[in-house]
Design a protein around this ligand. Structure first.
Ligand SMILES: Nc1nc2c(ncn2[C@@H]2O[C@H](COP(=O)(O)OP(=O)(O)O)[C@@H](O)[C@H]2O)c(=O)[nH]1
Ligand SMILES: [Mg+2]
Length: 284
């Protein structure tokens, strides 16, 4: 469960500001289904002058066409980018190479100063639920030797030696997404990153129906064997679709009326578990 307390947010940001001074490269995780909405807007300022790696995590759940387009998009902005499925470990190995590549300049600079073979220091950052812990576990693998406190470096920091070239700060930096834009809130709620209890699920399900019908026109028909007549103009039209889902799935109230709340839950669950297909919610 994610709690969005301003106090936590301020504290996490302060911790991140302190930690970022110690590192060479920022490994930023975003959710491949919502790469911009799951990106923290402060990170650019915080990570100014650091090498930047973006991991499009959970790409196993996203639409590959769009994931490829997002990779190009971020690369054009100067990031080093990798597609990662932290849960299965797919793509995690190549992150080491990408981190090295991202730090080539720094390594060359070190060498000119006579510093040879100093490992680069990395930190994983991202908004809650984006997969930081899962990624770190997979990335670290068997390399569990913690180097402990470093002389001359802030006390209490734990570094995990990934290999000869990379050390990882063992605690990820947690930052929060941009709240001001309601569309961002909706996308994050759809992927399940915002506590469901504070959300109107029916409303959210209607947003999802409108998006899916426009962008993946067969997905709803295929999953629920319902007729969806073009075009869906607004939420009222979408509500008729949700009603059909309720009836098809026997989500009914005592009087036999469609139970939209239950149908909404079912639809959101289906989306979040990719039973509606691999769906990306925003394109570059
Ligand atoms: N399908 C899929 N699930 C993932 C992936 N990475 C993480 N998850 C799941 O996403 C959820 C949140 O992951 P977690 O590591 O706790 O996120 P954190 O809050 O950023 O540390 C967990 O249920 C993970 O199993 C991935 O690449 N693919
Ligand atoms: Mg975590």
């Amino acid at each position: 469960m994610i709690q969005w307390y301003p106090g936590h947010m301020a504290k996490a940001k302060r911790m991140m500001q302190d930690n970022i001074k110690l590192i060479d490269v920022v490994i930023e995780l975003v959710d491949a289904r919502v790469p911009l909405s799951s990106k923290n807007p402060d990170i650019d300022k915080l990570a100014n002058n650091k090498s930047r790696v973006i991991l499009l995590n959970k790409y196993d759940m996203a639409d590959q066409r769009h994931t490829d387009a997002w990779k190009d998009y971020f690369e054009a902005k100067g990031y080093f980018v990798a597609l990662v499925n932290s849960k299965s470990g797919k793509g995690v190995k190549q992150v080491r190479e990408i981190v090295n590549k991202a730090c080539e300049e720094k390594i060359a600079r070190d060498r000119r100063k006579g510093i040879i073979n100093r490992p680069v220091r990395a930190m994983v950052v991202g908004i809650p639920n984006v997969g930081k812990s899962t990624f770190i576990n997979s990335f670290v693998g068997k390399a569990t030797t913690k180097t402990g406190n470093k002389p001359g470096v802030t006390k209490g920091k734990q570094w995990i030696r990934i290999n000869k070239f990379i050390e990882l700060l063992d605690t990820p930096g947690i930052l929060w997404p941009k709240f001001e834009d309601p569309a961002v809130g909706i996308r994050l709620a759809l992927i399940g990153s915002i506590n469901d209890t504070i959300i109107n699920k029916i409303d959210l399900a209607l947003d999802l129906i409108l998006f899916i019908h426009e962008n993946y026109p067969d997905a709803l028909k295929k999953r629920y064997e319902i007729e969806v007549t073009d075009p869906l103009e607004d939420k009222k039209d979408a509500a008729k679709v949700l009603e059909q889902v309720a009836i098809k799935r026997s989500c009914l109230l005592k009087g036999g009326e469609p139970d939209l709340e239950r149908a909404a839950n079912l639809l959101l669950d289906d989306f979040r578990s990719t039973r509606l297909g691999k769906i990306t919610l925003e394109c570059p």
